[in-house]
Design a protein around this ligand. Structure first.
Ligand code: CTP
Length: 402
């Protein structure tokens, strides 16, 4: 959700500034560009070099620096940001903002900006509770400034109370929610399975399949971009985590099922994983030696749980929309229709995975969307486009639903 978003991070002077390099890292992991503006007192707690190293961007500090004004004035700093985040936001910078002061680069940039502002306050609990701070915060929130935290806990001053800056992960999550707001799937949660599963035979061998995970990952990415809070449970793939998606890496079908159950409740399930239907009856703790016995060892198999069928089972906690895939090589549509009924999913996406189509490992897919309303044949398109088109169908489904 944060992919491509440009954050101007103002670091003011509180001890929590030491968490800022981690905050920058968390935001960049989610695909943000982060540009830091370090106040003079902020620089007492964290160095410009540390922020520059993690952000890979110049750090801005001085208002009247001729080079900075040439290269990037305070107006441009704000203009080139989607949001201004102040973390930590001290009682002092909050007071200056409330009164419209502009006596350094941070406050001048803020006064000259029309961009959304989010603050993560950090201060001693008495300062947080002080009527002046309460009043200043009311002024800021009335102007639309959003506030993340603070948390309760032990403070650097040795006291305990409300005023610790929220953890970097929580700030990054809150920013994700901020950008989701207003998007068509905001407020909805989705679970997507992707990739193959590996079923261990012994510590070195496994049963697996050729699934690349490209389709499942593309769907998770598309749903997140539509504002959906998305969990991707993925078997082993070579793919990068889609931005804005929480990814749970698993190996076996049973691990995949457990991770899916942990992600519940959700509104939407998309099972795109190529789950191994069978696993070795008994996983051997030691490597099976070629020299053990004269004949190849027999491989006894046992059936894996059907994750899609379990998630689609009718019941009061059943997700509102459950979508499966039908990977077929023969009678694609007829088999998929039967599979939809057998597994009780709402929609099934049928695709021909015969070797000649190159679908299983390739970048393109040609699918048929089968629902109670009938069959829609989609043209051949990239797996990313299939993800986006499915996302749009899901948006339409929920906007039409009573
Ligand atoms: N699926 C699942 N758990 C399994 C097997 C399949 O969740 N143990 C899901 C897949 O993610 C897919 C759908 O069920 O969404 C159909 O998978 P597919 O491999 O096409 O069908 P199978 O159920 O394995 O049936 P068959 O092998 O007979 O085609």
């Amino acid at each position: 959700m944060l992919d491509g978003k440009r954050i101007l991070l103002i670091v003011s002077g509180g001890i929590a500034a030491y968490k800022c390099p981690d905050l920058v890292r968390r935001l960049r992991e989610r695909g943000c560009q982060v540009r830091c503006l370090l106040t003079r007192s902020g620089a007492e707690f964290v160095t410009a070099l540390a922020l520059q190293s993690v952000s890979e961007e110049k750090v801005y500090q001085e208002l009247f620096s001729l080079t900075d004004e040439n290269e990037m004035g305070h107006i441009r700093l704000s203009r080139e940001a989607d949001v201004i985040l102040i973390a930590p936001a001290t009682a002092n910078i909050i007071a200056k903002m409330a009164h419209g002061q502009a006596d350094d680069l941070a406050t001048t940039t803020l006064l000259a900006s029309d961009k959304p502002v989010i603050i993560a306050p950090a201060m001693n609990h008495r300062m947080w509770d002080h009527p002046a701070t309460r009043h200043n915060l009311q002024t800021l929130t009335a102007r639309g400034v959003q506030v993340i935290g603070p948390d309760q806990g032990a403070m650097a001053c040795g006291e305990f109370g409300m005023g610790r800056m929220s953890e970097p992960l929580a700030i990054a999550d809150a920013l994700g929610q901020f950008f989701r707001h207003g998007l068509p799937l905001a407020g909805r949660r989705a679970l997507v399975t992707s990739g193959p599963t590996f079923e261990a035979i012994d510590p070195v061998r496994f049963i697996g399949n050729r699934s690349s995970g490209k389709q499942g990952h593309a769907i998770a990415r598309a749903l997140a971009a539509l504002g959906c809070e998305t969990t991707l449970v993925s078997g082993p793939t070579r793919l990068a985590d889609p931005p804005g998606v929480s990814v749970v890496a698993v190996e076996s079908a049973r691990q995949m099922l457990a991770a899916c159950e942990t992600a519940l409740p959700v509104d939407i399930v998309v099972c795109a994983a190529a789950v191994a239907d069978w696993r070795a009856d008994q996983e051997q703790a030691s490597k099976i030696k070629k020299t053990t016995g004269r004949k190849p060892p027999p491989l006894k198999l046992t059936e894996n749980p059907d994750i899609l069928a379990l998630l689609a089972k009718p019941g009061k906690n059943r997700p509102a929309l459950v979508i499966g895939f039908a990977a077929e090589t023969d009678d694609v549509v007829a088999n998929a229709i039967a599979k939809r009924q057998r597994k009780q999913c709402d929609w099934i996406i049928a695709n021909d995975v015969s070797a000649a189509t190159g679908t299983f490992t390739g970048d393109f897919n040609q699918v048929h969307l089968i629902s109670a309303d009938g069959i829609k044949d989609w043209p051949k398109m990239s797996k990313s486009a299939v993800g986006e088109m499915l996302g749009q169908h899901i948006v339409d489904h929920f906007s039409e639903a009573p």
